[in-house]
Ligand binder design. Structure first.
Ligand code: ZN
Length: 292
């Protein structure tokens, strides 16, 4: 039986390596259904969602991890966000008529990979930027972790028609390796994994198959889900920044202002009364009038 959407952490008992496994089924399908993404982009978003959940689970921090790929090819922007309690959302900007058999490099054409950590308590956010290097999402993320965080990380990602999955291994930053070759040994063993194993086999069996001579402790799974943080209140404060005159001009032209969330595609509508309320001295967000 295939497990539900979840993330499972594990550690090697006898060496300083930790890991995570993630499986996204309804989370991924829910996210890609919201826009008319071409097939190749659905797969790429699946890989990025899995990768961001794997990374978020390595952090000791409460807030959101935002993974941004700023490409120069057919895809100009890919944004995936994962909260520390594993709520995921994603969005993308791409050329119309993008072909499904385009290469990875033609898709992104260089550019940058940006990871931002936004603490939920409103504290200082942290951002790391590295050039896009690699032939796959897994390579890009591993390069990012090494260059920006000085952390040895290896990632394997696989997408099937109904799920996006991944495995991450990381050298534990604070602990020295007993045997300096252990990291390479473990990565080599993990590299024998096939995509079908990653998408089709449950964690305990998979880890035993890959590392049968190592003692591994597998922790209880954590649920992963789709979650968009947009709200009528957030959209209203964005409109406020545009200024009342522009808003009123737009209203007289169109009768109402419509804003769609670029992540979940939720539509928010504001009429004259709503806009008056947004700009009134005591600002409270209008009760939303949402519709899909
Ligand atoms: Zn949204």
């Amino acid at each position: 039986m295939i497990a539900p959407d979840q993330l499972e952490r594990f550690i090697f008992e006898n060496t300083a390596v930790r890991g995570n496994l993630v499986r996204l089924n309804s989370t991924w399908l829910n996210i890609i259904e919201r826009h008319d993404y071409p097939l190749i982009l659905r797969k790429l978003i699946g890989e990025l969602l899995a990768a961001s959940a794997l990374l978020a689970a390595t952090l000791k921090f409460k807030g959101s991890l935002i993974l941004q790929i700023q490409g120069k090819g057919a895809i100009s922007l890919l944004v995936v966000e994962c909260t520390s309690d594993l709520g995921l959302r994603a969005t993308a900007k791409w050329d119309e008529g993008i072909s499904n058999d385009i290469t990875f490099n033609e898709l992104l054409g260089g550019g940058t990979c940006v990871i931002t950590l936004v603490p939920e308590d409103g504290g200082q956010s942290y951002q790391g930027i590295v050039p896009l290097e690699g032939e796959s999402v897994a390579q890009i993320i591993a390069n990012y972790m090494l260059r920006s965080e000085q952390l040895e990380t290896a990632i394997w990602l696989a997408v099937s028609p109904d799920c996006a999955t991944g495995m991450l291994l990381q050298k534990m930053p604070e602990q020295p390796m007993h045997d300096p070759d252990d990291w390479n040994r473990v990565v080599q063993l993990a590299s024998t994994i096939h995509a079908e194993e990653l998408t089709g086999i449950e964690a305990g069996i998979l880890l035993h198959r890959l590392f049968n001579e190592d003692d591994i402790r597998l922790f209880d799974p954590q649920p992963v889900r789709f979650q968009c943080t947009c709200s009528s209140k957030n959209v209203a404060s964005a409109l406020r920044m545009l200024g009342k005159d522009d808003m009123m001009a737009l209203l007289s032209e169109r009768g109402k202002i419509e804003v769609n969330c670029e992540f979940c595609n939720q539509r928010y509508e504001f009429d004259t009364i709503d806009v008056e309320q947004i700009f009134s001295a005591e600002v409270s967000a209008p009760t939303s009038r949402m519709r899909h």
